[in-house]
Design a protein around this ligand. Structure first.
Ligand SMILES: [Zn+2]
Length: 208
């Protein structure tokens, strides 16, 4: 049974890789994976859920391609994606999402095709707690964690900032800028300068 499962998965992976390689010739690509929502409870603690009707925080796509993406799109598109992420008869098929990806292994973002990124020319500062988001590709899930050490030597992972105002923003920026945040042993009360992008369905803070 185990052998059968492994070989089925192997064939499925080959098939998906082929689909992905065709899609990558275009600007818009297909990314497959499981969806998880990270949101804050009343006490400000970050929680992950795979079964959700609403997500007031950030959506993450744990990609079959091995990348962890924060997901951003128009409110209409995000709503449709959330509806399609229900498990059926106890089994959850990976989603197949169309979009544009941007970033690097420490900050991948996936944008749905019609997302109009807001004008990001206005610089602003945000202050808050930086959390690491580790992917679990086997479970198709994510684990937010407050690191009390530099996290630049940990496996590649994503980050978000939980601001003093109670918002959560996925962090984006050049690899150098992200690694600089990771090298800082302090993750609390951090002030970052940059621009705010995307929308209510999932904000991005682009560190500059
Ligand atoms: Zn980290």
């Amino acid at each position: 049974m185990q052998i059968l499962n492994s070989s089925t998965l192997f064939l499925l992976t080959i098939l998906l890789l082929q689909i992905n390689s065709y899609a990558e010739t275009d600007d818009v690509q297909i990314v497959r994976g499981q969806l998880a929502c990270v949101q804050l409870d009343e006490t400000g603690k970050a929680h992950v859920s795979k079964e959700f009707t609403d997500c007031s925080g950030l959506l993450y796509l744990i990609g079959i391609d091995g990348n962890l993406y924060s997901l951003h799109g128009s409110e209409e598109e995000i709503e449709k994606i959330k509806q399609s992420s229900k498990s059926r008869m106890g089994y959850r098929l990976p989603l197949r999402l169309k979009g544009k990806s941007e970033g690097h292994e420490r900050a991948w973002h996936l944008y749905t095709p019609s997302l109009d990124l807001e004008d990001s020319s206005t610089k602003t500062t945000v202050t808050g707690l930086v959390l690491c988001v580790f992917p679990d590709h086997v479970e198709g899930n994510v684990y937010p964690k407050v690191a009390d050490d530099p996290c630049n030597e940990a496996e590649p992972h994503a980050h978000f900032i939980h601001t003093e105002k109670g918002e959560i923003y996925a962090l984006h920026g050049t690899l150098e800028d992200i690694v600089e945040i990771e090298k800082n042993p302090k993750k609390e009360n951090i002030t970052l300068e940059g621009t705010l992008r995307a929308n209510q369905s999932g904000w991005i803070f682009y560190v500059q």
